[in-house]
Write a protein that binds this ligand. Structure first.
Ligand code: FES
Ligand code: FES
Length: 162
């Protein structure tokens, strides 16, 4: 395309999709504009807050820094992929039941990062939780409740798998 736009193809929340993207666009802009996915949000736009966290090929990634053309051929999952119909993922349930948010702006990012944490460390210590989530910022300072929610989600996952 004359303006440098190109068509990319990738897997988004289990579905093969395509999008026409400009060289400068970031992944969140494309997910929002073309796929109406609003869970991951841009806050700092500098890779500092984690509000825009999505999974790219299984790795939690700041979508605000990820240039959309590089999404070609990848597998992307957003927070919208976690619930099955009306049934929430155990991590989402844990955040809800432990009131691990106030405004909720940061919550999708925390949930996606928590999912990666529990995939890698199924039974993390509180220090490991704090360390792993240290790149996610919550302006409402719901940090104690978030740690409690992550512990609760870890227990629930262990029970489900047992
Ligand atoms: S909006 Fe991407 S890290 Fe803050
Ligand atoms: S709940 Fe408001 S920013 Fe975290």
């Amino acid at each position: 395309m004359a303006d440098g736009r190109k068509t990319i193809r990738f897997t988004l929340n289990g579905r093969a999709v395509s999008a026409d993207v400009a060289p400068h666009e970031n992944l969140i802009e494309v997910l929002t504009r073309d796929f109406a996915l609003h869970g991951a949000r841009v806050s700092c736009a500098q890779g500092l807050c984690g509000c825009c966290t999505v999974s790219v090929d299984g790795v939690a990634t700041s979508g605000c820094l990820f240039l959309a053309p590089f999404a070609n051929g990848t597998t992307i999952e957003t927070v919208e992929s976690l619930a099955v119909g009306d049934r929430l993922d155990p991590i989402q349930t844990a955040f809800l039941e432990n009131a691990a948010f106030q405004c909720g702006f940061c919550t999708p990012g925390f949930i996606m990062m928590t999912r990666e944490l529990l995939d890698r460390i199924p039974d993390p210590s509180d220090d490991e939780i704090r360390h792993y989530l240290s790149g996610n910022l919550c302006r409402c300072a719901a940090y104690p409740e978030i740690v409690t929610a992550v512990r609760s989600a870890a227990r629930e996952r262990a029970t489900t798998k047992a």
